[in-house]
Write a protein of this length. Structure first.
Length: 151
């Protein structure tokens, strides 16, 4: 009878990816919560405020969520006074999303907090390791489905 392990959880690829993801998520969610944001609302603020995306379909595609999830989040954000939705200039059927002054202020506070979380992890790696990690992550994500509606 062999005592050899068939699987080691602690060194498992998926387990370690999950652990680093949960560590990052916990830190991110703690910072966002202090500003009254969810992860999804943060993503919308970045899409509109930093990426200058103003149509719901563009926002959904950028975040990697379906349009239903985007619409639900936009409705919540509008009710909270974070965004304004207006009819498009040329086509009244289209919707244009803009940030309110309140949302811009929150975004300005959130960016350095979120950037610090990334910096925390990046400082653990050398420049060469960072470049290797970027390449590896891009390779692993290549061709994978991008529906992150459950963010």
């Amino acid at each position: 009878m062999s005592n050899a392990k068939r699987y080691n959880l602690q060194t498992g690829f998926g387990y370690r990816f999950t652990m680093i993801g949960q560590t990052n998520s916990r830190r991110l969610e703690n910072e966002l919560q202090k500003l009254g944001l969810t992860r999804m609302k943060w993503c919308v603020l970045v899409a509109v405020g930093e990426e200058k995306l103003h149509q719901p379909s563009q926002i959904a595609e950028f975040i990697g969520i379906n349009r239903t999830a985007a619409s639900r989040t936009l409705r919540q954000m509008e009710a909270e006074g974070l965004i304004v939705r207006t009819g498009g200039l040329g086509d009244k059927r289209s919707t244009n999303v803009t940030l309110t002054t309140k949302a811009q202020g929150i975004l300005n506070q959130a960016i350095p907090r979120v950037a610090f979380i990334g910096k925390w992890f990046r400082e653990k790696l050398s420049p060469v390791e960072l470049e290797q990690l970027e390449n590896i992550l891009n390779k692993l994500l290549d061709g994978e489905e991008r529906d992150f509606s459950q963010l």
